[in-house]
Write a protein that binds this ligand. Structure first.
Ligand code: MN
Length: 318
């Protein structure tokens, strides 16, 4: 019996099933969960899809997205975690996994921590690649435009539009199968990779036009001041990806975005390229993060905050 057949056998046995996503859900955990849910429709089973946090706007348009709920203390015969790399990533929903009669993890993270009785952990660019394989092998009649859209959304969002190192020929094979099933590839890419409210595009243009380029254009700082945020109803959510455009600059090694969350209080996002460390800059102000993507908080007059950041970034530049 393959691992996929074992999973299908557990699903067949269970009457009540919970599919569990990770907190702060992304396209991969949501797409994986909904494609799996779609495979179970019509089986007469009672299936819940659980997540600790609410869905981001651009994922709530997916078929079945309204099924998402939070843990209400119910008991399930079977709980299946998708794209959940560690118990804490399930948040409160970890209880469901712990207390279910049977538990399964389907995950693609190399850092995966065992948390279920049956584990299918396999390296892939997106977890939805595994879900596709499960559906193709065991629920082929449930592979249609809906599940293909779920899976393609997961692939696109987890790979930055197939642009990351982790993308393999298999990723593209699955993507090709989804397109053949009718997934609207171009629409999915626009919705998840590029679409923004026009007011955000306008706000960013103003901020970019005032950006500070330092150290022979190796360092760029962008300020979203209170005045700018107020003018365009800017929120912290609008800031996701706000450094992508400035990091395109071929001389730029470090990009910094300052968001004035309240008067003279700044949330600082730092991005860097290659061996240049964004984390070290953030750490010098008590923040942290990943090597090339980090953040911290700073307080004070804009000019002084900028000077402190420039001073801290300078030694990191190459
Ligand atoms: Mn993932």
């Amino acid at each position: 019996m393959t691992i996929k057949e074992r999973i299908a056998a557990e699903i067949a046995k269970a009457n009540s099933i919970a599919i569990v996503c990770h907190t702060n859900p992304d396209g991969d955990t949501v797409g994986s969960a909904l494609a799996l849910y779609h495979a179970m429709i019509g089986t007469g089973k009672q299936v819940a899809v659980l997540c600790d946090s609410t869905l981001p706007q651009n994922l709530s348009a997916l078929t079945h997205a309204d099924i998402f709920g939070v843990d209400e203390g119910n008991h399930y015969d079977l709980a299946i975690a998708v794209d959940v790399s560690a118990p804490h990533m399930a948040g409160e929903c970890y209880r469901v996994l712990r207390e279910a009669g049977m538990s399964i993890c389907i995950d693609h993270h190399s850092s995966h921590e065992k948390m279920a009785k049956l584990e299918w952990v396999q390296k892939a660019a997106a977890n939805a690649e595994l879900i596709y394989e499960l559906l193709a092998d065991c629920y082929a009649d449930r592979l249609d435009v809906h599940s293909a859209t779920h899976i393609y959304t997961a692939l696109v969002t987890d790979t930055g539009g197939f642009s990351y190192d982790c993308v393999t020929a298999h990723t593209h094979t699955v993507a090709g199968a989804c397109l053949a099933l009718g997934a609207p590839g171009a629409d999915i890419c626009y919705l998840h990779l590029s679409k923004l409210p026009t007011r955000v595009v306008k706000m960013r243009s103003v901020a970019y036009s005032r950006a500070l380029y330092e150290a022979q254009d190796r360092l760029v700082l962008v300020v979203f001041s209170r005045e700018l945020l107020d003018k365009y109803n800017g929120t912290l959510e609008d800031m996701a990806g706000s450094l992508v455009d400035v990091m395109r600059g071929d001389t730029v090694q470090v990009g910094v975005a300052l968001v004035e969350v309240s008067p003279r209080q700044y949330k600082v996002s730092i991005r860097s390229k290659g061996r240049v460390s964004a984390a070290r800059i953030a750490e010098s102000f008590g923040g942290g993060g990943h090597y090339n993507a980090a953040g911290c908080r700073l307080a004070g007059d804009e000019g002084i905050v900028l000077d402190r950041l420039i001073e801290a970034a300078w030694p990191e530049l190459e």
